[in-house]
Design a protein. Structure first.
Length: 151
């Protein structure tokens, strides 16, 4: 029988939320600052073939997206699925999925969000998204460019 992808995602969200809900000693944990680096910016491939058209009126810029590597995809072993909550919107375009696929396979903290929604556009251009790599900020660290320019 096995477990469905949807049930797996629900269970993973539940497990990820436990430390936040419980916290240390019942208190909510203090989250360290995070710097997000944009990895890719793209329109969602296959948007019209999944839940996208029925959800487009509810999608908003800034909404969180989830990415799942799909190494068993028969058409592209580097395929990366794009989800809005539990709803599949489509894929990261093949031309932009290589780095994301490798990072996801290694467990990197890749997050995503909707950049823009255009209800009048063709289905393959309705939603612009971006993938971000979340890295803990280091106290007192100088951004790379500033360090290079000042050194």
């Amino acid at each position: 029988m096995g477990i469905t992808r949807r049930d797996f995602i629900r269970q993973m969200f539940g497990l990820l939320a436990l430390p936040i809900i419980r916290g240390a000693g019942g208190a909510l944990p203090v989250q360290s600052p995070v710097v997000r680096y944009r990895l890719e910016r793209f329109h969602i491939a296959g948007f019209r073939y999944y839940s996208g058209p029925s959800l487009v009126a509810r999608l908003r810029p800034g909404d969180r997206l989830l990415f799942w590597a799909e190494p068993d995809n028969p058409y592209d072993p580097q395929a990366v699925e794009v989800y809005w909550g539990e709803d599949k919107l489509g894929y990261v375009p093949r031309a932009k999925n290589s780095t994301l696929s490798r990072l996801l396979a290694q467990g990197a903290p890749v997050t995503g969000r909707i950049r823009a929604v255009d209800h009048e556009a063709e289905p393959w251009e309705m939603v612009e998204a971006e993938a971000l790599l979340a890295v803990p900020a280091q106290a007192g660290a100088t951004p790379w460019r500033a360090a290079c320019l000042s050194g």
